[in-house]
Write a new protein. Structure first.
Length: 61
């Protein structure tokens, strides 16, 4: 293990940090530049069942 000097190990750590940072920046750029889903008013209409809700609370007699 004579080839793994202190300076080489330091450079190896620096290279790993730089590569990780570049990959993180690339991923963030992909996330921020992706197309957004459509902004339709009817998009959530299929989940809105307010007109079909029934009162299921127990009644007191």
């Amino acid at each position: 293990m004579d080839f793994l000097s202190r300076e080489l190990f330091d450079w190896l750590i620096i290279v790993v940090i730089v590569v990780g940072g570049l990959l993180a920046v690339r991923r963030l750029r992909q996330d921020f530049t992706r197309p957004l889903p459509p902004d339709d008013d009817d998009y959530h209409a299929e989940y809105d069942d307010a007109d079909t809700e029934e009162d299921t609370r127990p009644t007191r007699t």
